[in-house]
Design a protein. Structure first.
Length: 259
């Protein structure tokens, strides 16, 4: 199998550390360099050079793929720079808006290279979203409760937003609850996107969890996924790296690349 040369941005982070392990343990993956916000020019784990300047990194190491696991603002910059340098981004970083996706898709297509932005790499989470989309056809009343560790920067989570988008595709906009309901404490009903309420819980001890709660006449349906560690995301990262080499547009969401 042909070697895929990979740069990882955010290699010291919770996800970055797992991604480094994945790349080192996968025979046809090679780590070319890492991009960090500190340690410019230093060796990373006695293995590859650290760059703080992504453009210099891409120019000097000519990788095939960038795996970005940083922060919402940094991730957007890295993804754009990667595409401009002909490097295929696999992005787990969350916080991308619709207009970011549009701009990046245009850039990927102009360059004729693939890009994958996946709010959740865990296969179980992707199935949870697909099942939620199926259920929404029969249960249009739904609320999303996403629960994450308390170091998370963005709320709602990328997964929460993606789930709402997938439900919206079949259900459309719908006002839920009492037409005259009023919040006596601001935010009590969570965030709302096209009538879908998303509640964000942040607690120490959690990793990444989500429940999609449907209600109908005399019944409820709960679809829940739990990631107990970051290894749960790595088979999705591996699949994304392999797939991004074969496509020539931007794919948003792993549900579009798994059967
Ligand atoms: N798609 C998924 O399945 C999935 C799963 C878990 C986390 N995430 C997302 O991945 C991102 C990272 O999560 P985490 O828990 O690993 O966070 P983290 O805070 O542990 O790691 C982020 C890392 O990015 C680094 N960083 C910050 N600025 C940088 C810069 N300018 N250049 C290079 N590196 C920089 C930080 O030093 C840190 O090590 C978040 O956006 C999170 O929401 C996605
Ligand atoms: O730990 C995080 O941060 C996670 N973020 C993703 C999201 O925002 O949906 C997915 C799971 C973990």
């Amino acid at each position: 199998m042909e070697q895929i040369k990979i740069v990882i941005a955010g290699p010291r982070g919770r996800m970055g550390q797992e991604a480094v392990k994945l790349v080192n343990e996968t025979e046809h993956f090679t780590l070319s360099a890492v991009i960090d916000k500190i340690n410019d020019g230093e060796w990373f784990q006695d293995q590859v050079r650290t760059y703080t300047n992504p453009e210099q990194c891409f120019a000097e190491t000519s990788p095939d793929v960038l795996i970005d696991l940083t922060t919402p603002e940094v991730g957007k910059i890295h993804t754009k720079l990667a595409l401009e340098h002909g490097v295929r981004p696999v992005v787990g970083t969350t916080g991308f808006q619709e207009e970011d996706l549009q701009e990046l898709r245009k850039l990927a297509e102009e360059k004729g290279i693939g890009a994958i932005i996946a709010p959740n790499f865990a296969i179980g989470a992707v199935l949870m979203m697909k099942f939620a989309k199926m259920a929404a056809r029969y249960f249009p009343d739904v609320e999303i409760i996403e629960m994450h560790h308390d170091k998370k920067l963005d709320a709602p989570s990328g997964t929460g937003i993606k789930t709402a988008e997938m439900i919206y595709e079949v259900r459309g906009n719908k006002k839920q609850g009492h037409p005259e309901e009023k919040e006596t404490i601001k935010g009590a009903r969570g965030g709302e996107w096209n009538g879908i309420h998303i509640h964000s819980v942040r607690l120490p001890g959690l990793v990444a969890h989500q429940e999609v709660l449907f209600g109908g006449d005399g019944q409820t349906l709960k679809i829940r996924h739990d990631s107990y560690n970051r290894a749960s995301f790595m088979s999705g990262v591996k699949l994304s790296v392999e797939t991004v080499m074969k496509i020539d547009t931007l794919v948003y969401g792993l549900e579009n690349i798994i059967e």
